[in-house]
Design a protein around this ligand. Structure first.
Ligand code: C5P
Length: 231
């Protein structure tokens, strides 16, 4: 079970400060749009230097040629994991898979900040669960190693996807932590019990008064749930 901490910071300084403090706990780090836009490939290399694979969460969503090119550039950076929106379509996901054979491509299903009303406003009327299932199956069929979803859809994807597909959950909140802009959240315990292979925690750790203590608590909850899940 891998836990990634999302380094959602606006510049390299605080991101690296947080990463240096948390790296001894054995977590991985996720570099997303905010940090990558502000600090670029250099910050990815700096985080890689702390050890462990970096999860580059660029959520690529473009035509196949462009998605493939971006995935190739990410592979050259040596990242472990990269995201592409499943809604970019099968050809775009295949282009990423072909361009970055050494990278674990994960298809983003439905953003964890979206609820049923948001999907309806976008013309998607079949509901979150059905949409997540369809996009997850499309991602794996296109060759992605796995999918990104909310804690609430982990179990349905675990059941729908072939064995060996990675299910990574974001929107993970220890009990009592504010949901913020996330609409579909779950605790670390629920997420692991539902069958997630990897989890991402962001503000629940990085915005805590004591990020190291908050991270230790998440890791302990994940480890305990994983033990119960295995037994
Ligand atoms: O702070 P919080 O725990 O909500 O951060 C969640 C992280 O996971 C953010 O970096 C966000 O970009 C990412 N994410 C998400 N929903 C997805 C995919 C990624 O919230 N479907």
């Amino acid at each position: 079970m891998k836990v990634f901490v999302a380094l959602d910071f606006g510049s390299a300084g605080p991101a690296l400060e947080a990463a240096r403090a948390l790296a001894p706990l054995g977590v991985g780090f996720k570099v997303g749009l905010e940090l990558f836009t502000a600090a670029g490939p250099a910050v990815v290399r700096d985080v890689q230097a702390l050890g462990g694979p970096v999860f580059l969460d660029l959520k690529l969503h473009d035509i196949p040629n462009t998605v493939g090119g971006a995935a190739r550039a990410a592979a050259a950076l040596g990242v472990g994991w990269l995201t592409v929106h499943a809604s970019a379509g099968p050809a775009a996901m295949r282009a990423a898979v072909e361009a970055a054979p050494g990278v674990g491509l994960l298809g983003v299903t439905v953003l964890t900040s979206l609820g049923e009303d948001d999907l309806a406003a976008l013309g998607v009327t079949r509901g979150v669960a059905e949409q997540v299932r369809a996009l997850g199956l499309a991602a794996v069929a296109a060759g992605c190693r796995g999918v990104v979803c909310s804690p609430r859809e982990v179990a349905l994807l675990r059941a729908a996807l072939p064995a060996g597909a990675i299910v990574l959950a974001t929107g993970v909140r220890p009990a009592g932590v504010a949901a913020g802009d996330q609409a579909r959240v779950g605790t670390p315990r629920e997420t692991v019990a539902a069958g997630a292979d990897m989890v991402v925690v962001g503000r629940a750790v990085t915005a805590a008064a004591d990020p190291v203590a908050a991270c230790r608590a998440v890791l302990a909850e994940v480890a305990e749930a994983a033990r119960q899940w295995l037994n």
